[in-house]
Design a protein around this ligand. Sequence first.
Ligand code: NAP
Length: 534
Amino acid sequence: MTTGQNYDVVVVGAGFSGLYMLHRLREAGYSTRVYELADDVGGTWYWNRYPGARCDVESVFYNYTFSVEILNEWTWSARYAEQPEILRYINFVADKLDLRRDIQFNTRIESAHYDEATNRWNITTDEGTPVSAKYFITAVGCLSASNVPHFKGLENFEGEWYHTGRWPHEKVDFEGKHVGVIGTGSSGIQSIPAIAKEAKHLTVFQRTPQYSTPAHNKPYDPDRLKQIRENFDEVKEEMRYSLTGMPGAPRDRSALDDSPEERQRVFEAAWEKGGLMNLSYTYNDINVNAEANETLASFIRSKIREIVKDPEVAAKLMPDFYYATKRPIIDTDYFETYNRDNVSLVSVKNAPIEEITSTGIRTTEKEYELDMIVFATGFDAMTGPLFKMDIRGKDGVSLQEKWDDGAQLKTYLGLATTGFPNMFMITGPESPSVLSNMMVSIEQHVEWISECIEYMEKNGAQTIEANVEAEDDWSSHCREVAEATLFTKTDSWYMGANIEGKPRGFQIYLGGVGPYRQICDDVAAKGYEGFSLT
Ligand code: NAP
């Protein structure tokens, strides 16, 4: 029984998803409280302040689309906006919609327990006052639980160390320093060129070489912005029913149907355009056919060989997994950075890091003296942020127990899970989430959840809960779709493979943003088919 504050809805997180959720619910007249660990809005863009951080989805498509006014009042400076600009945008929206008054900052949700007697969620925070709500909504993001691997001796390191996903608010000074970066995922590849420009020496500790292709970032041409703005209704529709939430689609042709010369021409043109999807979209079988995938993979390897002057360094940078089965990366001068005199590359694949010493990093081969270590080592993705809270549904069963720590991950549509009535996850596991333009997926989920709550309240429903069969079917469908691609053939964070002890399983729905939207809309149109309402 709760004696603290009572709300219709409690939302966890004040990033893009939590903010829009709050706006929608408040507009619909529900008392809503958002809890946020940080001292301000922004989510991912609040925490990831490392040098070079920017979004890999083109700016004009990586913003809210629900308000024409907001759309027209904001002008992006560049094709790929930097983190400070994105954070300014989020603040602009929070101010415009006066969202902060319903957000409690500096507060961690510790537990959320469903009470079957009252059909309400009882929530505790580290700040003390108990809270209760009819609906509990997680807007915690997919990549917010940062992962610092358990390196022996880290506590003894006498220099500074930072994780890219928990970057300080003050400027970090690299000047005159020997800096080590561990990790060459998106965060590493974005930060390495920026750090190299300032540091005395930068040593990159690379376990898996990556496919990275040029972003070709540039300031926006006002005519392009004008054209997008004038046609935004059509652009928005195209994004919503696309594969990845961005305009465009894979060309309807197999890579194996073209001659090597023609493929080269096609890949060169896409490389020149730059951006996240242009290379993947050259052919329709890049993600499903190993041979087709290899044509693009070897094209990118040839580019790395062209850019990196020292053949030994270039050889170390050659990726050998299926292209795009780890998140493809777009960069600004990443491979060029290895041509600098103050940058060295250490492969830790065969000679792993053994220990962090008081003065640096020791691999099984050698010791490196460092003043600073940057951990660009990623996140416990998808389930990690949810498991940070003690979420318990019916019969006191925790989400972690139900999902057997991820081994039995099961959701219905990635939005809900059986045994946890009146709980919704925005961009949860088994939804398109991180394999889509997050803004499109966030808006879709927020709108679907708002409409579901409206439906329930209009019909006097007390609870909504996913049925066991519907959940089983959805999770099986997710696995089947993933198995038909090359994604499951690579150890990646999509598979949970980056976290020691985390069970392997593809955590994201790959059926495409448009088909997924249609499925969710059909479920709603059929009176929330697959859910039980009481
Ligand atoms: P990540 O892709 O998981 O990369 C982590 C890196 O750390 C990998 O190179 C990994 O090597 C390495 N690593 C981990 N543990 C290690 C160890 N014990 N020893 C040596 N190396 C180790 O993480 P991330 O770069 O932060 O990116 C995560 C995701 O966030 C991205 O895929 C993307 O979805 C998102 N993101 C997006 C942007 C953007 O939009 N521009 C920017 C940053 C992040 P292995 O590959 O061998 O595991």
